[in-house]
Every structure is written in structure tokens, then in C-alpha cells.
Design a protein around this ligand. Structure first.
Ligand code: S3P
Length: 433
């Protein structure tokens, strides 16, 4: 992909459905007997991986206009798949399914692409084993993962203090906990995205949340009945346009129906702290809060430090937030974000290498990065790389909108993981459609 631009972004866009919520909706609808309509889902490659796996388990899943219709025989009628269940590039599919598949009375094998093969899976394998799940991984740390091989799990409850800040780990435990004979209690250090908890409530499952502690009553699986749901726009996708509008002179855009769950909306806090022109207009709340976001170019953004409990609320937005900080006055810092190292790529390395080559000044640290604002030198190369990481590809595309001479972005197709219509939306905001 070759890209440059030298003009403002204006107009309105509805970003695609939230990736995390779409995965969970497909999973809970598949466990529930009968038909569930999921409106405005994301049909990016990661969610398609989840859909294909449930098809292999015997669930009928069809797409009709802007809906996915899940017609399930119920989890008790799932059939043993004859093949490996392929999770592609999707960490959410891989980790959440470790929990969901645990209570089924047959063997399953999960495997993904080369990036998934390097991502830590011990973080789900260990607590699941503590719950009595028969689960093994390569070196017990990586995919392929095999569940219920040579013996069906008898899933028990757990009282678990989360050692990592990860909604995927929390959700894997909660999904396994649906089959547990006693209750599951999880305490988080910092609150991570709570879509699983909200969707359990929406699916007739007895779950209580008290600050950082979650209590799931035993045998929740028997009650499960997912209700129809409309998926809000993905704030992680909206983030690219929020940043683009803030840094491109003359821009003013409206992003419609974006999910603004507080466990996800750290970027909005960041923009406010930096003095960005942003307005969040709340709409009628359904299962998840939804808002329209109006954002415009801001000349005098100020640098800030982003750390602590804010990190899990914006972990996926950090690549494009780094670009935003590079356009603010003064020195900024991102701390407590070592999780960046185990995302689709090591995002400390990939952000620093690509933005520095564009002429920005960013120093990596052990748990984040230091960004020196408003110091942009000449770029040192014309060819950049997503390294197969969708969010690095889109961060580079936003950066390219400020370049007057074209840059080339290799492996740009990675954006299809979470945002297949990204370029169409850019062109719409450039006024070219
Ligand atoms: C996700 C949780 C986050 C996030 C990922 C999606 C989820 O990962 O980075 O893109 O859907 O639960 P961790 O929970 O591993 O931090």
C-alpha cells in the first residue's frame, strides 16, 4: 500500500462493530440453544476465525445484511471436530476457547498462525489446570493446545488473584467456570475490559461484580440464553480517526455509535488530559454504553504520562496514541505497559522502529516508551512495515496522512484482522467517496 495526503479529514463515519464484543457474542450465542441475532458485528478475520470454529462444532451461523444469525443446537449437542480448530491471528479466540471448550465431553485441539505461536498461553493454561481442566500446550506455554486428551475435565471452581492484567485470561476462567461445580471468584489488580461479565448478565447467568472482584455462581451453563444484541462501534478502531482528526490541521469529524464502556475508553481520558478538542455525546445505553464522538484538530496538545490503571483501558490504542503524543508539546511517557511486548507483535519494538524511521523521536523503555513531542526529522526510509500487526498498519496509515511524499506500507493487508473497511473510511473522510 502506497499512501500520502496533505489535507483535512471531515464528515461522519460509523466504525465497524467491536471486535471483543463480537467474539463474545458469537461464543455465548453458540452455547445457547436456539436463534440469536447479532446486529452490526465485526466481520474481520479474527471474528471469522471464531465463527468458523463454532461451525465445526455444529452451530449454524449465517450472515444476512448487517446481521450474523447464530442458530445453535445448544452446547450439549456440539460434536467433536475431526480437525484442529484454527484460531488464525486471534488471541481472543485462542484464549477464550481454552475455557469454553474445557467443559465439553470431547477432545479439541487449538492452533493459530506464527504470531499466535509465540504468544504466552501459560497464563490461561495454569489457572485452567487449577480448575481441573485437562489442558496441555507446547511446552505448556504455547499453541498448539490440546484439551480433554485422554480424559474429560471435571471443572471445579477457583479463587483466583489475577497475576496479569488480561481480560482474555479473566474471560477464559469465567467461560470454564460456566461448567464448574462450585463458584468462581476472580480478583483483578486493575480492572480490564468487562464485556464478558456484561454479556453473562445479558445471557441469564448469575454473576456479581464488586469493584475488582467477580463472583460467578456454579453451573451457570444450564441457565445460558443469550439475548439478541447490537454490537457498538469499536473504540479501538475509532482511535485511529480520533488521532488523525486531532493531528491533521483543519479536520473535524463525527464518529457515530462508538462503544464507550469505561473499561475501554482510556483514549478519551487521554485526549481530555492533553487538551484535545473532543466531545462525547452519550446515547441510550443498551448492554454496553454507546456515544457519538466529535473530534477536531487541536494545535496545542500537551504531553502527558500514561500509566497504572489507565493502561488496560487503552492497551490496544497505544500504537496510535504514541503517534498522538509525538504531536504534543513536550515529553510524554507510557509506563506499566509491558503487555505491549506480547501483542500481535512486540508493540514497543514495532512502534518505536516505524515511528522513528518516519522522523519522530521515541525511546523504548522496559515497560513502555518516552515520546519527545513536536520534534520530527526527515524520514530515514520510504518503506515501512506492519509486521503483520493490524494496529501497526493502521498507525502507519494515519501517520502517512501527514506526509507529502508517498510512503509504502508492507503487509498492509493485516488491517483486515480488525478493520476491513479502513481505507474506504479514510477515503470517505478525505471527501473522495
Ligand atoms: C481482548 C483483551 C486484550 C486486548 C485484545 C482483546 C479481549 O488482551 O489487547 O485485543 O477481547 O478480551 P489482554 O486481555 O490479553 O490484555
Amino acid at each position: 500500500m502506497k499512501l500520502k495526503y496533505n489535507g483535512p479529514l471531515t464528515g461522519e463515519v460509523s466504525v465497524p462493530g467491536d471486535k471483543s464484543i463480537t467474539h463474545r457474542a458469537i461464543m455465548l450465542a453458540s452455547l445457547s440453544k436456539g436463534k440469536t441475532v447479532i446486529s452490526k458485528p465485526l466481520l474481520g478475520e479474527d471474528c471469522v476465525s471464531t465463527i468458523n470454529i463454532f461451525r465445526k462444532l455444529g452451530v449454524q451461523i449465517s450472515t444476512e445484511e448487517d446481521n450474523v444469525i447464530v442458530d445453535s443446537p445448544g452446547y450439549e449437542q456440539f460434536r467433536e471436530p475431526a480437525e484442529v480448530l484454527y484460531t488464525g491471528n486471534s488471541g481472543t479466540t485462542t484464549r477464550l476457547l481454552c475455557g469454553l471448550l474445557a467443559g465439553l465431553p470431547f477432545k479439541t485441539v487449538l492452533d493459530g498462525d506464527a504470531s499466535i505461536g509465540q504468544r504466552p498461553m501459560g497464563r490461561v493454561i495454569e489457572p485452567l489446570r487449577e480448575m481441573g481442566v485437562n489442558i496441555k500446550g507446547r511446552d505448556n506455554q504455547f499453541t498448539p493446545i490440546i484439551i480433554n486428551d485422554g480424559g474429560i475435565s471435571k471443572v471445579q471452581g477457583i479463587n483466583y488473584m489475577m497475576p496479569v492484567k488480561s481480560a482474555q485470561v479473566k474471560s477464559a476462567i469465567l467461560l470454564a467456570g460456566l461448567y464448574a461445580e462450585d463458584e468462581v471468584r476472580i480478583t483483578e489488580q486493575d480492572i480490564s475490559r468487562n464485556h464478558t461479565e456484561l454479556m453473562f448478565k445479558n445471557s441469564n447467568i448469575d454473576i456479581e461484580v464488586n469493584d475488582r472482584t467477580i463472583l460467578l455462581k456454579s453451573n451457570g451453563i444450564h441457565a445460558i440464553k443469550m439475548k439478541d444484541i447490537e454490537i457498538p462501534g469499536d473504540i479501538s478502531s475509532a482511535a485511529f480517526f480520533i488521532v488523525a482528526a486531532l493531528i491533521i490541521p483543519g479536520s473535524k469529524i463525527t464518529l457515530q455509535d462508538v462503544g464507550t464502556n469505561v473499561t475501554r475508553s482510556g483514549i478519551l481520558e487521554v485526549v481530555k488530559m492533553m487538551g484535545g478538542n473532543i466531545q462525547v455525546i452519550d446515547k441510550v445505553q443498551q448492554t454496553e454504553p454507546v456515544s457519538d464522538i466529535v473530534v477536531s484538530y487541536t494545535h496545542n496538545l500537551t504531553g502527558i504520562t500514561i500509566e497504572g490503571s489507565l493502561i488496560p483501558k487503552l492497551i490496544d490504542e497505544i500504537p496510535v496514541i504514541a503517534l498522538l503524543l509525538a504531536h504534543a508539546q513536550g515529553k510524554s511517557e507510557i509506563r506499566d505497559a509491558e503487555e505491549l511486548k506480547v501483542k500481535e507483535t512486540n508493540r514497543i519494538d514495532t512502534v518505536v522502529s516505524e515511528l522513528n524511521a518516519l522522523g519522530y523521536k521515541i525511546q523504548p523503555t522496559t515497560d513502555g516508551m518516552v515520546v519527545y513531542g513536536k520534534v520530527k526529522d526527515e524520514r530515514t526510509r520510504d518503506t515501512f512495515d506492519s509486521y503483520g500487526d493490524h494496529r501497526i498498519g493502521m498507525m502507519l496509515a494515519v501517520a502517512a496522512l501527514l506526509e507529502t511524499v508517498e510512503i509504502e506500507i508492507n503487509q498492509f493487508e493485516a488491517i483486515n484482522i480488525s478493520y476491513p473497511s479502513f481505507m474506504e473510511h479514510i477515503n470517505q473522510l478525505k471527501g473522495e467517496l
